[in-house]
Design a protein around this ligand. Structure first.
Ligand SMILES: Cc1cc2nc3c(=O)[nH]c(=O)nc-3n(C[C@H](O)[C@H](O)[C@H](O)COP(=O)(O)O)c2cc1C
Length: 462
């Protein structure tokens, strides 16, 4: 099996740590129950890969939450969790042109346009206010109508019958721009929707990269080898080769239909949508296909997928002007998009604010940036807030910008997506007198031995 095949990754996860995988053998409905199941796990502080084997009314298993943890993402990169964003930004620099292969396992069963019935798949209805089942793991691949540069991105798909989908392009990135330009010429935009790709391809699709760089090349960079693609069966597009289920079709020009509301990554049911329409012309899938679902709402899965490429992008941009940059964390509390915490060893006054302005400049999604010193662990929000409480003065350390481009799905942004953004410089002045309470290393080592992990001999009973 190719290492680019998501099935090989699932196998890797199962072999590496069985506690990360839950196989649900009890009957479970795709309407609300699967969402509730994963949300319940998350409320207990766990986010395993979940395989629902016995889906009510369907014979196809559902694979959920594959991307819902940093541990699994770091397994995909084969690095330690704390090195994820640095590794992403390192790999994204080497681009590989895609490699065309002849066959795809997804060509096992091909359905012509008049045979397509998407309702045969166990598509989840996620939340009470969703008007229909939604495909959430549909990776939409497309090509620039002028230059042919490739793109990939996740876009929610609302089921409007067996062969018609509502699609929202609210991120206003490449697909939105490609469709806009095709539409100006009265043309539909050919796209394919793929379910079940390797996590590094998923992560490449969210990458923030120059518009002239193809996302297929970026996927190659993350994979460390050319992305393997096959020629579309029915459309002039090359498509990642190892998908489970593929729909080839078009986003219609000049057609808008009601779409949504949908339970979004912000934790709100969102009514904002661009209301485009996707019509498939052909559907094909692998033998015994698995149906992938990305957990919707403010889930660890959706938000981790958003956060990691952002951290990497910020890390790369900040490392140009902040020599002592240590770490960047885009936390789930900010929906994987709106907040960033940056730590650094300050070498000159003003670097905290410099980092804030750089971060706000490279990423229009950020609404809050906190800069802290290197002794603060940015992965621990309590420590970040402690730094704010003891190293920040609002009259001189606050940066605020109004009326900038924001994220349409943020319910606090204006109707046309404008947002205000702030930066909090919670770094100390270089010669600040405040000294952190310290404990000698020998005393710390002694305490560690006292509270030894289970199985190790303790110095004393507690
Ligand atoms: C699970 C998931 C679902 C997403 N859904 C949407 C969506 O419905 N519409 C949208 O515009 N962006 C959505 N996004 C963000 C886009 O996938 C992302 O901005 C991507 O880079 C856009 O690709 P593009 O440049 O080809 O447009 C989603 C992201 C994730 C991780």
């Amino acid at each position: 099996m190719s290492q680019q095949d998501w099935r090989s990754f699932i196998q890797q996860v199962e072999e590496s740590d069985h506690f990360q995988v839950i196989r649900v053998k009890d009957e479970i409905s795709p309407a609300y129950e699967m969402t509730a199941f994963v949300a319940e796990l998350e409320s207990h502080g766990t986010s395993p890969l979940v395989i629902f084997e016995n889906v009510k009314g369907y014979s196809i298993p559902v694979v959920a939450n594959l991307l819902g943890s940093r541990t699994r993402m770091s397994l995909a990169f084969k690095v330690k969790e704390e090195d994820l964003s640095a590794e992403y930004s390192r790999r994204i620099k080497s681009l590989f042109p895609e490699k065309v292969v002849k066959d795809s396992p997804a060509h096992f069963r091909i359905y012509a346009e008049d045979e397509i019935d998407i309702l045969k798949f166990p598509i989840l209805t996620h939340f009470q206010d969703d008007p229909a089942p939604y495909i959430t793991a549909g990776l939409i691949v497309s090509a620039d109508p002028d230059t042919g540069v490739t793109s990939m991105g996740y876009h929610r798909l609302m089921i409007k019958g067996g062969d018609r989908f509502g699609i929202s392009l609210h991120s206003r990135k490449r697909l939105w721009d490609y469709q806009r330009r095709a539409e100006e010429r009265g043309k539909n935009l050919p796209v394919a929707c793929i379910l079940g790709v390797h996590p590094l391809i998923s992560l490449a699709s969210i990458g923030v990269i120059p518009s002239q760089t193809g996302k297929y090349e970026v996927a190659g960079g993350l994979l460390g080898e050319p992305l393997e693609v096959v020629q579309g069966v029915n459309i002039p597009l090359r498509i990642p080769a190892y998908g489970e289920i593929v729909l080839e079709g078009e986003i219609l020009a000049g057609v808008r239909e009601p779409e949504g509301p949908f339970g979004e990554f912000t934790g709100y049911s969102s009514y904002r949508s661009t209301e485009h329409v996707f019509v498939p012309h052909i559907l094909y899938h692998r033998e015994n296909p698995l149906y992938q679902s990305i957990c919707a709402g403010r889930s660890a899965e959706h938000n981790t997928l958003l956060a990691i490429p952002r951290e990497a992008d910020l890390f790369q941009a900040l490392s140009r002007s902040i020599p002592g940059l240590r770490a960047v964390h885009v936390p789930l509390s900010g929906c994987g998009l709106f907040h960033a915490y940056i730590s650094m060893k300050k070498t000159a006054e003003g670097q905290g604010k410099q980092a804030i302005l750089t971060a706000l400049g490279v990423d229009h999604c950020l609404k809050l940036v906190v800069a802290v010193d290197e002794d603060v662990n940015v992965y621990n929000e309590s420590e970040v807030l402690w730094a704010v409480s003891t190293r920040f003065q609002a009259d001189k350390d606050l940066v605020a910008v109004h009326g900038t481009m924001g994220v349409i799905l943020d319910p606090s942004a204006s109707e046309n997506g404008l947002t205000a953004r702030i930066g909090i410089d919670a770094t100390k002045a270089l010669h600040a007198k405040a000294v952190r309470c310290r404990i000698p290393d020998e005393a710390k080592d002694f305490a560690k031995r006292l509270i030894a992990p289970p199985g190790q001999e303790k110095l004393t009973q507690i």
